[in-house]
Design a protein around this ligand. Sequence first.
Ligand SMILES: [Mn+2]
Length: 160
Amino acid sequence: MRILIVSDTHGRHGNLDRALEEAGEIDVFIHLGDVEGGEEYIDAVVECEKHMVRGNNDFFTDLPREEEFYLDKYKVFITHGHAYYVSLDPEYIFEEGQARKADIVMYGHTHRPFFEQKNGITVLNPGSLSFPRQEGRKGSYMLMEIAPDGAVTYDQRYLR
Ligand SMILES: [Mn+2]
């Protein structure tokens, strides 16, 4: 199972198109917020299972604030993250993930890739495709893969 995880496209879809093309065949698409009106575009170009949440810049949208679902046997919690002070310290979102008994927590908002595993929880942020803020400022996304035996690999990718 191949899962494409993106965030913070802010209504710009050039880099999203590139990520979709680079990712190839995917089974699940996840957007962690600040879609900014791109919902219709994404609905039109992404045909697989989709999970999207609203960001702090998504004012006129029906997207949920957060969502819990399963990928294979793993419980996933997704949220934009601004309500959990992710810009200050990822500790709050670790605690929230633990309280919800999530295996994997995904957030956006900071526009910086993040990946950490502790106390049995994986917490990740794929960074922003449209407005990256990390060193080098390359649009980024995550390609996650769950093998038939349940083994998970995470591939943090950067557009050239
Ligand atoms: Mn944003």
